[in-house]
Write a protein that binds this ligand. Structure first.
Ligand SMILES: Cc1cc2nc3c(=O)[nH]c(=O)nc-3n(C[C@H](O)[C@H](O)[C@H](O)COP(=O)(O)OP(=O)(O)OC[C@H]3O[C@@H](n4cnc5c(N)ncnc54)[C@H](O)[C@@H]3O)c2cc1C
Length: 546
């Protein structure tokens, strides 16, 4: 039994399948993904509401694919300020001063032909209310001003003590699973005794959030971020574009030494002086909003699961903001975990499926953190020409080395990451985007994935469709079955690229998981219907640990 502060009562006030501790970006995303799968969750968040300051400033194309499948893309686009492709990162004397170098941000993770969607530049303070609304509409129970102050875990579930911060009252919630989306200083990770590895603390930073009339200066620099260095200060400036819900806001970051200074050494006047030095206009009006401290660190948890408890997002992994992948990677973690929890809670999968969350996501977390640290070092020491890190490969082009899929061969010679299109249907990689058409309407193959397993079959369908229907009925397991091209096709593929993109022939079939990753494929077949049924049953049973 794991205990974090013994319970002061044995009375259970509420039960829920999944308790999520932490209702910021990743906890909110997880509650939405679970709700879309029909799984009830309670989210407890100690803050009174969603984020009031921006941190995440952009969502990658892969994250937008995930949000599209969760039915929230349109609302995000509605909130989204424009995100020009050409905006990059500059190294300047000051925002209004000399340009030393164009650091040319690699925007491939945001704009890529591998995806039907584009990334966007929505900031966390604008995104979280959208996620909150959609999660609540879908049935998630989000409780703010509420904190988890202790828990006891046993073999059947978790009893957590929850405190209402408005009146100090406590109650017990009993859940079958608990997820710590409780940030980089995760109390749950600490209580479970899960260690971390990685480079550790890299810098301590002071962040000043402010408003000023400097949007045109950023525009003139063609930048959404600037590193600056002059005799008065050095650091970075970030633009968070505004919408009709709030004006443009900006963040200044400067490094400080916590052994020499604290946040109290940064009163409003000093912060404004630093901002003016960064802008390079001594008397420019600046509206100070807030000063914060944060630690830039690179750490990955040694385990992402202990029995019925999981950690996601910054609780599982913290990384420097270079490349803007921290929140994006956390959302991918939540997405990976959500369908697995749902399948187990619905009784469709064995509990061992849950172990594949750690198996799949931890190697990707290690790789992502390593690459992001390298990116910030390359930027600092070598400039644009020395950058080898490809953020598209890191964020969308990985293949899980092991997990809930059936590998072909021993998989030993496969790279961990590459250009997303190069995977051509390898089990464990993201299923490719190809354009499909039905009744004159175009959509992406990506749009078929989200809630269930999907079997895609080629034009010479043989007996796949009948075999899959039989398996679906026998296993009482929901599978969507689509034939691409040929007689009686569900969809046509105008680009004629489906078979290549999925690595099958016209007699083949490919099984895609609810998160849009390839679970299994049979490139082509001469087998009869009975053998196909057997192959498909075996594939599903293996993937789902049934
Ligand atoms: C300056 C900066 C810029 C960044 N820019 C980007 C970017 O451009 N793109 C990107 O992808 N990422 C970026 N990141 C990273 C990103 O902000 C984080 O990865 C992301 O916010 C992590 O979300 P999370 O939900 O896992 O954790 P957090 O945002 O830390 O949320 C954890 C939540 O848990 C709550 N909590 C903790 N314990 C309890 C408890 N016991 N009971 C109840 N509630 C609890 C906390 O109140 C908190 O709200 C940036 C980070 C920083 C610091």
């Amino acid at each position: 039994m794991v205990i974090m502060n013994p319970l002061n009562s044995t009375t259970i006030d509420e039960t829920v399948p999944v308790l999520i501790v932490g209702g910021s970006l990743v906890g909110l995303s997880l509650s939405l993904f679970l709700a879309k799968q029909g799984i009830k969750s309670i989210v407890v968040e100690r803050h009174p509401g969603t984020a009031i300051h921006p941190r995440v400033s952009s969502l990658t194309a892969r994250t937008m694919e995930i949000f599209r499948s969760a039915g929230v893309e349109e609302e995000i686009r509605h909130e989204e300020p424009p995100f020009p492709r050409e905006f990059g990162i500059m190294f300047v004397e000051s925002l209004a001063g000399e340009v030393f170098e164009n650091l040319m941000e690699d925007m491939s993770a945001y704009f890529t032909d591998a995806s039907p969607v584009e990334g966007n530049g929505i900031a966390q303070d604008l995104l979280e209310p959208v996620l909150r609304m959609k999660a609540e509409q879908a049935g998630a129970d989000l409780q703010y001003n509420t904190e988890m102050i202790g828990f006891e875990a046993d073999e059947h579930g978790i009893s957590a003590t929850i405190r209402d911060r408005t009146n100090g009252k406590t109650r017990q919630i009993r859940s079958e699973y608990m997820v710590g989306a409780d940030g980089g200083k995760s109390g749950i990770r600490a209580a479970l005794g899960i260690g971390q590895h990685g480079e550790g603390t890299l810098f301590h930073l002071i962040s000043v959030i402010f408003e000023a009339d400097i949007h045109d200066l950023f525009k003139n620099q063609n930048a959404h971020m600037c590193f600056f260095a002059n005799e008065d200060a050095s650091g970075s400036l970030v633009l968070y574009p505004g919408t009709n819900r709030r004006p443009h806001v900006y963040r200044l970051d400067v490094i400080y030494d916590p052994e020499e200074e604290t946040i109290d050494d940064y009163p409003e006047e000093r912060c404004i002086a630093l901002v003016r030095a960064a802008i390079g206009i001594p008397d420019i009006p600046v509206k100070f909003k807030k000063v914060l401290t944060w630690e830039m660190a690179a750490r990955v948890a040694d385990r992402f699961q202990q029995d019925r408890i999981f950690i996601v997002g910054d609780a599982a992994r913290v990384q420097p903001p270079s490349g803007g992948l921290g929140g994006n990677t956390g959302i991918a973690e939540a997405h990976n975990l959500a369908w697995k929890l749902a399948a187990v809670l619905r009784g469709e999968a064995g509990e061992d499926l849950l172990a594949t969350y750690d198996m799949e996501r931890r190697p990707i977390a290690d790789y992502t953190v390593e690459q992001v640290v390298m990116l910030s070092q390359q930027r600092e020491h070598e400039g644009t020409d020395g950058i080898t890190v490809n953020t598209l490969h890191v964020n969308m082009g990985y293949r899980y080395p092991d997990g809930a899929f059936i590998p072909e061969g021993d998989g030993q010679n496969l790279p961990l990451v590459q250009q997303p299109e190069s995977w051509t249907g390898q089990p464990g990689s993201r299923a490719a985007h190809v354009v499909l058409e039905r009744n004159g309407q175009r959509l992406s193959s990506i749009d078929l994935f989200g809630s269930r397993f999907v079997l895609l079959v080629g034009s010479d369908r043989k007996n796949w469709v009948e075999a899959a229907k039989h398996v679906k009925d026998t296993l009482r397991f929901p599978i969507d079955i689509y034939q691409v091209d040929g007689h009686n096709a569900d969809f046509n593929n105008p680009g004629n690229d489906f078979l290549d993109a999925y690595g099958i022939t016209s007699t083949g079939a490919v099984l895609v998981r609810p998160d849009g990753y390839i679970g299994w494929r049979k490139p082509g077949t001469g087998e009869n219907k009975g053998e196909m049924e057997k192959m498909l049953t075996n594939a599903l049973s293996t993937i789902l640990f049934r």
